[in-house]
Write a protein that binds this ligand. Structure first.
Ligand SMILES: [Fe+2]
Length: 268
């Protein structure tokens, strides 16, 4: 993969995105949210790759995965007007189909194309699958961290906005009511990654996002998470009950442990 490929991918991406914009303000906000998210994920990816001292060709491959990881969001929204996969289509699978159909990666060697498509395909899977290929596994872990870090940003910003200014599809149509589900909360307190299938309210969705702290792979991700204060920002939007107070202390402690401890077994 060369810098010329990278430049082509970047210009293909922005042209592809613009092809979905219509005059509708609500649609524009929703699509812009994903376009902007993508650029932030690319930035996160560059930062993590730099800290791992990835060689430049691998860095570009990682950035290409970041650039295309959510490409399926655009046709998904155009057809279904939602970002909720369970009632529309798996946006990761759709993304790999778009890239193959349009022949976007055609100039790259076969093995690089395969790695990119595999990483995109599993970027939103509940857990990292047992892949044999070391490189694919590395890139998959990278995109999962870079993506989560920016979803936290998106939500912290989303929740800080008055409802009329929010991008309507970002909350997946979940009710913004003061309730949360006990089973989602207890999952987080048991250091489990919560599943979207259990999420019933916007608060559950936030609890699920908080549980992603157990699914980070690289030390830089923990550093960025603390630096950017995402946990506190998200927790502050939840009801201020005793249980949520306990959760807040629990997660902060976990994060401190991960930052102080020996490098995780996931670190390279
Ligand atoms: Fe995604």
């Amino acid at each position: 993969m060369t810098e010329k490929d990278m430049r082509f991918f970047q210009s293909w991406f922005s042209q592809y995105c613009s092809s979905f914009y219509t005059g509708n303000e609500e649609d524009r906000k929703n699509l812009l949210l994903k376009e902007d998210h993508t650029l932030h994920v690319c930035e996160n990816m560059r930062r993590i790759a730099k800290d791992l001292s990835l060689e430049s060709a691998k860095g570009m491959l990682a950035e290409t995965i970041a650039l295309f990881h959510d490409i399926g969001r655009f046709p998904q929204y155009a057809e279904y007007k939602t970002f909720r996969d369970s009632i529309s289509v798996n946006h990761a699978t759709l993304g790999t189909e778009v890239l193959s159909r349009e022949g976007v990666l055609g100039t790259l060697p076969e093995n690089e194309q395969r790695t990119i498509l595999q990483a995109i395909k599993f970027h939103n899977a509940y857990a990292v699958p047992d892949l044999r290929d070391y490189d694919t596994l590395l890139f998959l872990k990278l995109i999962r961290d870079a993506d989560k870090l920016d979803i936290w940003r998106v939500f912290a910003e989303y929740l800080a906005l008055p409802e009329k200014d929010r991008a309507s599809a970002a909350g997946l149509g979940l009710p913004d009511i003061p309730e949360y589900s006990e089973n989602v909360l207890s999952c987080v307190l048991n250091k489990g990654v919560a599943s979207l299938s259990r999420v019933k309210t916007l608060n559950d969705f936030i609890l699920m996002q908080l549980s992603w702290v157990y699914d980070l792979n690289f030390r830089t991700s923990f550093i960025l998470l603390r630096e950017r204060n995402y946990l506190k920002k998200l927790i502050s939007t939840l009801p201020s009950t005793e249980a949520i107070g306990k959760l807040s202390l629990f997660l902060e402690e976990y994060l401190t442990e991960r930052l102080q401890g020996a490098p995780s077994h996931h670190d390279l």
